[in-house]
Write a protein that binds this ligand. Structure first.
Ligand SMILES: *[C@@H]1O[C@H](CO)[C@@H](O)[C@H](O)[C@H]1NC(C)=O
Ligand SMILES: *[C@@H]1O[C@H](CO)[C@@H](O)[C@H](O)[C@H]1NC(C)=O
Ligand SMILES: [Zn+2]
Length: 305
C-alpha cells in the first residue's frame, strides 16, 4: 500500500489531535481542564475525590464501619496482568476476589488495583491526611456484585468501593512488593503489559483491615463518576526510595515522558461527612461532659434549696 505524503501528514495531524485530546496531569488537559473534555462533565460536580482526610479527632466515629472481609486475596492465581496504561501501573485481576463487610452493603468484586505517585517523596498521594501528602497511594477497585461488571457499575451511585492505602518511605525494600516492583521494568513503555505470576494481592495490603476512614466520592480520573464509596486505611504500607524509583521510571504515551505526579489535587468536601471506623479515647467525652454539667447544676440547685 502506498500513501501520498499529504495523506501521511493528515494521518499525523489526526493522530496528534487524538493524542492531545487525551486527559493527563499536566497542561493542556490537566485536572483543572478535565471538565472541558467531552463526557467529563461530572469532574465539575460537588462530591468529587480525592479529599483531604481530616485528623481522626475531626472525623466522626461510626459503629457501622466494621472490619472488612476479603476472599481470594491470598490465593495464587495466573489471572493477574500488569499494564502500563500511560497514566499508571495497573494490575488487572480476573480471578474470584471479593470484598465485603466494611460497612458496605453486599459483596463487591475486585477488578484491578493501581497506584498514584510523585516525582519526589514529598508528594504523590491523592488523598491527603490533615493536609499532608504521602509518596504513593494504592487503590484497589471493586464493583458491586449486583452489577455485571466494572463498566456497568462505574456510573451507579452504589457501584464502586475503592480501598485506598497510603505508603511511607522506609530504608529497606518492602519484600512483599519486590516481585511486583521488579516486574515494572517489563512495562516501562505505555501500553506494555505482562502476565505476572507469584504475586498475591494479600501481600500488597496490611493484615488487619479494621481502622479506616470513609466518605462518598468519585473516580479521581475522567469521567469522574460520583459512584465511589471510599475507604482510606489508617495504617501505612512501607516502601523504599529505590522501589519508588521503579514507579517513577514508567513512561507516558508521549515518548520519553515519565509518569510522575499522577495525582489529582484534593477537591472540596462541600458538606460531606468523613467517618472513621475506630474509637478514640476522647469519644464519649461529650456525654460524660454534659452529664457532669447536669450534676454540677443539680448540686448547685440543691444548695439553693
Ligand atoms: C488549561 O487550559 C488552559 C487554556 O488552554 C491552559 O493555559 C492551562 O495551562 C491548562 N491547565 C492545565 C492544568 O491543563
Ligand atoms: C517478575 O518478577 C519476578 C521476580 O523478580 C521474576 O521471576 C519474573 O520473571 C518477573 N516477570 C516478569 C514478567 O517480568
Ligand atoms: Zn486511583
Amino acid at each position: 500500500m502506498f500513501y501520498s505524503p499529504t495523506l501521511l501528514v493528515l494521518f499525523g495531524l489526526i493522530n496528534d489531535f487524538v493524542t492531545c485530546a487525551e486527559w493527563g496531569y499536566s497542561s493542556p488537559y490537566g485536572p483543572s481542564n478535565w471538565t472541558t473534555l467531552h463526557g467529563n462533565e461530572a469532574c465539575g460536580r460537588r462530591a468529587q475525590s480525592p479529599i483531604d482526610i481530616p485528623d481522626a479527632m475531626n472525623a466522626q466515629y461510626d459503629e457501622g464501619l466494621v472490619p472488612f472481609t476479603v476472599m481470594g486475596f491470598e490465593k495464587k492465581t495466573n489471572q493477574l496482568k500488569l499494564i502500563n496504561n500511560g497514566h499508571t501501573a495497573q494490575l488487572n485481576i480476573l480471578g474470584d476476589l471479593t470484598v465485603s463487610g466494611g460497612g458496605l452493603s453486599g459483596t463487591f468484586k475486585t477488578a484491578q488495583l493501581h497506584f498514584h505517585w510523585g516525582s519526589s517523596s514529598i508528594k504523590g498521594s491523592e488523598h491527603l491526611r490533615n493536609t499532608k501528602a504521602f509518596p504513593l497511594e494504592m487503590h484497589i477497585v471493586n464493583f458491586n456484585g449486583k452489577y455485571d461488571n466494572l463498566a456497568a457499575a462505574a456510573d451507579k451511585p452504589d457501584g464502586l468501593a475503592v480501598l485506598g492505602f497510603w505508603f511511607k518511605v522506609v530504608a529497606e525494600d518492602n519484600e512483599m512488593f519486590a516481585r511486583l516492583v521488579s516486574n515494572l521494568t517489563s512495562i516501562q513503555n505505555a501500553d506494555a503489559e505482562v502476565a505476572v505470576t507469584d504475586v498475591l494481592v494479600s501481600d500488597l495490603i496490611i493484615p488487619k483491615l479494621d481502622k479506616y476512614y470513609r466518605y462518598k466520592g468519585s473516580l479521581t480520573t475522567p469521567p469522574c463518576f460520583e459512584s465511589v464509596t471510599w475507604t482510606m486505611f489508617e495504617e501505612t504500607i512501607p516502601i523504599s526510595e529505590s522501589q519508588l524509583r521503579q514507579f517513577r521510571n514508567l513512561k507516558e504515551k508521549k515518548p520519553s515522558h515519565e509518569i510522575v505526579n499522577n495525582f489529582r489535587p484534593v477537591q472540596m468536601l462541600n458538606g460531606r461527612r468523613v467517618s472513621r471506623s475506630f474509637k478514640l479515647e476522647t469519644d464519649g467525652a461529650s456525654t460524660i461532659c454534659s452529664s457532669s454539667i447536669v450534676t454540677v447544676l443539680l448540686v448547685y440547685l440543691l444548695h439553693l434549696l
